[in-house]
Design a protein around this ligand. Structure first.
Ligand SMILES: Cc1cc2nc3c(=O)[nH]c(=O)nc-3n(C[C@H](O)[C@H](O)[C@H](O)COP(=O)(O)OP(=O)(O)OC[C@H]3O[C@@H](n4cnc5c(N)ncnc54)[C@H](O)[C@@H]3O)c2cc1C
Length: 500
């Protein structure tokens, strides 16, 4: 029987990045994917005959070094995606548009506050510097504290130098930002509530946090980095192109990819991963196994429980998975909503009240929504829709309720759109778990919160893609640098494996 150098479990975009990079380095690689399509969450699928949508993700893009390293331009993926703007929907038909054009955005802010318009260029300059630091931090292996080697120390020292190089003021602002609430962070910059709310919406996007929760400023920075600015890249039914380009690159470098191949167990011998068993009972051997599944699913469903020591198992159980969003696709006749990403985040209090519901296991009656469009389809990312509902279940009634909430909220800003909706599909947090294998509907493979970031992601002491089982690695979004469409954790895992 052939023994592969590496088996990648799951063809999510991170798994494909790892596969392509390992194959490019000359390794024999097999990718095993449970579904009949590659990309995991980073996928574009048919909603109705002839109508395609990004099923789940509003947008995202691969880090440019990955695109370049794997020469994805040759596979038809542009080096840098087009950037759209973010338009905040305000009461009485008001609009505020933020874009990567600093001058235009300052002009758009002017009617709200002259002071804020004047500050805008400084704010954007700071955010871009802070993103530079975050990008580097995500590319720096975190030490397995309290262990610490000289080899780990050098990249960390370089990261420290990067921080120092920002200048004293921006360095402190970046450090202070991480534990702050999005509201407090933005209060230090601006006075317009509409502006602060539009920006703060990034701080709660995909997170079980409110704009007044500690750590929402960190998520704001993370989301800003993922988008490369304000609007969502690849929002128009194109996100799947990323996965298709990665699949092609992996295959061209010699990787094999098998679809409808569900892994049911990782084979371990003398604490060394030696292969996998498929649901069909087929065994496949490999020197290394790399899981693109979230850490909880990897350790709790693919490994025999007795293989992990109790403390590690306890830490895995405590990883916070807290699905909080639903996706609604509407096929709408004759509509013109423009090309920008739209956001329903009219005020900081509105956003915080939306979060209040989630604290009690309820759906927000007045939700935060991010709206993208593709052809006739309006796609809505809606929060908060907790995976764990109090006193209710994700049944057909709840599905209808979420759909109606989204359509009514849209109608309030685009009068007349409701009767034009001729098809609706709602993806609940339960669907995200059951169909797309996001444990508890947590779309980042584990919440992006302060106790689960940097050297504590996925669990303290194990942020370097390795696991207590030799030869078993993690490459999905649940590890350091992950959460979102970026390819960061897949790239970092491949680099770690190739370092040996
Ligand atoms: C609703 C939603 C909205 C989002 N919005 C954004 C956004 O706007 N911007 C952004 O950047 N990110 C967003 N994200 C997050 C982002 O999409 C994910 O963090 C990222 O795509 C995860 O990629 P991955 O490769 O790490 O894992 P996944 O995409 O989860 O891939 C894991 C793969 O493993 C497969 N698999 C599972 N079990 C098995 C098994 N037993 N055997 C074989 N294969 C298996 C799955 O089918 C899947 O293909 C969103 C996610 C969701 C769900």
């Amino acid at each position: 029987m052939k023994t592969f150098d590496a088996i990648i479990v799951g063809a999510g975009h991170n798994g494909l990045v790892t596969a392509a990079m390992l194959a490019k380095a000359g390794k024999s690689v097999l990718v095993l994917e449970r579904r009949n399509v590659v990309g995991g969450i980073c996928v574009t699928e048919e909603l109705q005959p002839g109508i395609k949508v990004n099923s789940l993700v509003s947008g995202g893009f691969l880090r440019p070094d990955i695109t370049k390293n794997l020469d994805l331009a040759r596979q038809g993926l542009p080096n840098t995606p087009e950037k759209s703007g973010l338009v905040s929907l305000l009461p009485a038909g008001g609009r505020l548009r933020l874009s990567n054009n600093v001058r235009e955005t300052a002009e758009a802010i002017l009617p709200f506050s002259k002071k804020d318009a004047d500050k805008w260029p400084d704010f954007v300059a700071f955010m871009n510097k802070a993103v530079g630091f975050l990008e580097m931090a995500y590319h720096t292996g975190m030490p397995r504290l309290p262990k610490f080697s000289v080899a780990e120390g050098i990249p960390l020292a370089l990261l420290g130098l990067k921080l120092r190089g920002m200048g004293a003021r921006d360095m402190y602002t970046t450090i202070r930002l991480l534990p702050m609430t999005a509201r407090e962070f933005l209060d230090e910059w601006f006075e317009s509530d509409a502006l602060k709310a539009a920006i703060a919406s990034l701080g709660i996007h995909n997170a079980n946090l409110g704009v007044m929760s500690a750590g929402s400023a960190y998520n704001l920075l993370h989301q800003f980095m993922l988008r490369g600015g304000w609007g969502q890249p690849y929002a128009s039914a194109e996100i799947g192109n990323i996965s298709v380009a990665l699949e092609r690159a992996a295959r061209q470098h010699g990787a094999e990819i098998r679809l409808q191949a569900e892994v049911s167990r990782i084979l371990v011998k003398d604490n060394q991963a030696v292969g996998v068993v498929l649901a069909s009972e087929e065994q496949i051997l490999a020197n290394q196994v790399v899981s693109c599944l979230d850490p909880k699913r990897t350790f709790q469903s693919l490994l025999e429980p007795e293989l992990l020591d109790p403390e590690f198992g306890w830490n895995v159980r405590n990883i916070k998975m807290r699905g909080i969003s639903a996706k609604i696709h509407l096929v709408v006749d004759e509509m013109e909503l423009g090309a920008d990403t739209l956001v329903l985040a009219p005020s900081l209090n509105y956003l915080e009240r939306a979060y209040d519901a989630a604290k009690y296991g309820q759906i927000s009656e007045q939700p935060y929504m991010e709206i993208t469009k593709s052809g006739q389809v309006v796609s809505i990312h809606l929060q908060y829709a907790p995976y764990k509902l109090k006193g209710a279940a994700w049944d057909e009634n709840m599905r209808q309720k979420i759909g109606s909430l989204a359509v009514d909220a849209l109608e309030a800003h685009f009068p007349g759109i409701k009767p034009k909706v001729r098809f609706q599909k709602v993806i609940t947090p339960l669907d995200m778990d059951e169909t797309y294998f996001q444990t508890e509907g947590d779309i980042n493979h584990g919440q992006l919160m302060l106790e689960q970031f940097f050297f504590m992601r996925p669990i303290p002491g194990w942020s370097n893609h390795r696991t207590p089982v030799s030869g078993l690695f993690l490459c999905g979004s649940g590890v350091h640098g992950g959460g979102g469409v970026s390819g960061i954790s897949g790239r970092n895992a491949a680099e770690q494996i190739l370092r040996g």
